[in-house]
Design a protein around this ligand. Structure first.
Ligand code: BGC
Length: 415
């Protein structure tokens, strides 16, 4: 589909010819439409409604936010920007460079955001010395979610290395179990690739390839190994994977139709929404071979300049998002961890506590990296170029050596 047709279809599907929010309301564009995501979003809606601020909901379905960003561009081009927009990493900086975002410095200074938001997040929340978005959470992409009963029945321990993982996958396949639940969409394949590349080459390789965009790392033997590992995954998903939404893949693990899903910790929101508990029905663990690393992405709400100073509703939304009690309440439900360093882990479950501990440890040991798949390693043009190659390889268009060559060329052209 061409971009124009796709945008028109999205606008029609979402009724986005909508007008601007009335005074006292916020119009929020986001892609939190799965059960777990909607439950988390409700925490924010209710928080604002309790302050007398109305919520005009603008959901644009599509995991990873690609569709939402297409709709956003159309809205801004039409001179009808939403009040607040869920956004990731480099996209925020791109919009800031265009001068489209409101300056949140006053509220940030009043509330001391500089002291409590980790620097890795500030790098995407500030532009030219100004706060231009409000960080909601920290997600990470190098997780595996498992159905505990299926692992127990097949005598499988949590794998910590790639070799242990492939042994477990082959054992499950031999027992007639679908080893891996996967949704065949480019962003989902890229999410798996974050972890696979880290596991194949380690942190220095990940940084060289995805952050520095170094041609020798992109074209290396290690990258070929990463593609081979993707081919292994492709060989162990069910035949209906193509086009499946990520949350339906999570549902397969929830329902015992598949053993593992490799996905960011928004997947945990689905398990919780289905009434499951970590350690009982499901397990979470770091992707084998990436036990010390964290590939993160942080959802933020960027406030679009409505022509003048930041509006009272925008300031209230930003303030609500950064409040410690909201950061706990929201992230407990969402599956992510707080975007502030001073929030207690008391209300978090075992996976959430591990997430908080891993993030702090990775940050102090130099093992914290922006997720390529979720726009925190390189700008959208490069990310999309990588998506195309990874997904073409996953769908059998390229063998691993061809994929490596295509990757080098695609990144070179995009950067
Ligand atoms: C966002 C998450 C979201 C996920 C799936 C990610 O890019 O950071 O908040 O749940 O996409 O939609």
């Amino acid at each position: 589909m061409s971009l124009r047709t796709r945008t028109a279809a999205l606008l029609a599907a979402t009724g986005l010819s909508a007008g601007a929010a009335a005074a006292g309301d916020v119009e929020v564009l986001h892609w939190w439409t799965s059960g777990g995501e909607a439950a988390a979003l409700n925490v924010l809606k209710q928080d604002l409604e309790s302050q007398g601020i109305g919520w005009l909901d603008m959901p644009v379905a599509g995991g990873g936010g690609g569709n939402a960003m297409t709709v956003l561009r159309a809205r801004v081009t039409a001179g009808n920007a939403p009040t607040a927009v869920q956004m990731l990493g480099f996209d925020i900086l791109d919009w800031a460079r265009e001068g489209a975002l409101a300056d949140l410095n006053e509220i940030a200074a009043m509330e001391g955001w500089d002291d409590v938001v980790p620097e890795a997040l500030q790098a995407f929340a500030k532009h030219d010395g100004k706060w231009i978005s409000a960080p909601v959470n920290v997600h990470s992409t190098n997780w595996v979610w498992a159905n505990k009963a299926l692992l127990d029945q097949n005598g499988i321990e949590i794998p910590t290395t790639w070799d242990e993982f492939t042994t477990a996958v082959e054992k499950l396949a031999a027992a007639g179990v679908t080893p891996i639940a996967h949704g065949g969409e480019a962003w989902q394949e890229a999410t798996v690739f974050d972890a696979i590349a880290m596991s194949a080459g380690g942190p220095d390789f990940y940084r060289s390839a995805f952050i520095d965009l170094d041609e020798s790392a992109l074209g290396s033997e290690t990258m070929r190994e990463a593609f081979d590992r993707m081919a292994f995954i492709r060989g162990h998903v069910d035949e209906n994977f193509s086009g499946r939404s990520w949350n339906l893949a999570t549902a397969m693990v929830i329902n015992g139709e598949a053993a593992f899903q490799m996905m960011g910790d928004w997947a945990k929101g689905e398990f919780l929404n289905a009434g499951q508990t970590p350690g009982e029905e499901f397990l979470c663990f770091r992707f084998p071979g990436t036990v010390e690393q964290v590939t993160f992405n942080a959802d933020q709400f960027a406030m679009f300049d409505q022509g003048g100073a930041v509006s009272p509703e925008q300031a209230a939304l930003a303030s609500a998002i950064l409040s410690p009690s909201f950061q706990s309440a929201f992230n407990v439900v969402k599956g992510s961890v707080p975007a502030r360093t001073d929030v207690s882990d008391a209300d978090f479950d075992a996976c959430g506590r591990q997430g908080m501990k891993d993030l702090a440890a990775a940050s102090s040991s130099g093992n914290l990296f922006g997720s390529m798949a979720h726009g925190h390693a390189a700008p959208a043009s490069v990310r999309n170029a990588i998506y195309d190659v990874v997904t073409a390889h996953f769908n059998g268009e390229y063998d691993s050596s061809t994929a490596v060559r295509e990757l080098v060329d695609a990144v070179e052209l995009a950067k």
